[in-house]
Design a protein around this ligand. Structure first.
Ligand code: NI
Length: 218
């Protein structure tokens, strides 16, 4: 090992310069306003994706960038006003997305933990979820995907799948807790607003990794 090597002593590799990539220059800003609870789009079941085209890939990019800008663990297309069955997640440093998901709880184990929603900003309520799930679906290129998740990933997948059915996490609370939550939410400062643009820095998002834990045709 050599110590104290300065930058000027490092070998210079001469080669073709890469042209400025769209990733670094002229990057399209795709952070999109997030709809707030009260917007009817959040209560409307989303439609299955039929065309795995450029628009779908742009939608996944928009969701991913917006989710990162908002510091969220997941974001579903209806939350940015798009009624399609697509969501993204960012859990344990892993970014993923699923199109037309079919989610199945695995086992009978549940856990209650604080849960929030980018469409209900600033609030968290203890919510009971299955600890383990399996899900099938497609990636944005139309390849079949199967994932298995536990704890935070399982929670995120259940939460985002609910969004595709017009269900919000407060609906998962028992009647008493839900009534208390709705009473608190009635005083939310964003109550009556339709949407907000997340203020985070959208640029340094990690590259989208395919959510392949186990992939198999189905
Ligand atoms: Ni949510």
């Amino acid at each position: 090992m050599r110590l104290g090597v300065s930058g000027s002593q490092l070998p210079v590799i001469n080669g073709p310069r890469r042209p400025p990539s769209r990733d670094t220059y002229d990057r399209r800003v795709t952070v999109t306003p997030i709809r707030l609870m009260g917007d009817p789009v959040l209560r409307t079941p989303a439609a299955p994706v039929v065309d795995f085209d450029k628009e779908l890939r742009q939608l996944v990019t928009d969701l991913t960038e917006t989710m990162h800008a908002a510091g969220g663990a997941g974001l579903a297309a209806p939350q940015i006003g798009v009624g399609l069955r697509v969501f993204t997640w960012y859990v344990d440093g892993e970014v993923g997305h699923l199109v037309n998901p079919d989610v199945t709880p695995v086992g009978e184990e549940f856990e209650e933990a604080a849960e929030g929603c980018l469409s209900i900003p600033g609030f968290r309520f203890d919510t009971r979820r299955n600890v383990y799930i399996a899900a099938t679906g497609w990636n944005m290129h139309g390849d079949p995907i199967r994932i298995e998740g536990s704890h935070m990933l399982a929670r995120a997948v259940q939460h985002e799948t609910d969004h595709l059915d017009g269900v919000l996490f407060v609906d998962r609370l028992d009647a008493e807790a839900r009534a208390a939550a709705l009473a608190v939410l009635a005083d939310a400062e964003w109550n009556g607003e339709q949407a907000y643009v997340p203020a985070g820095d959208p640029v340094p998002s990690p590259p989208t990794t395919e959510p392949v834990v186990k992939a198999s045709p189905h």
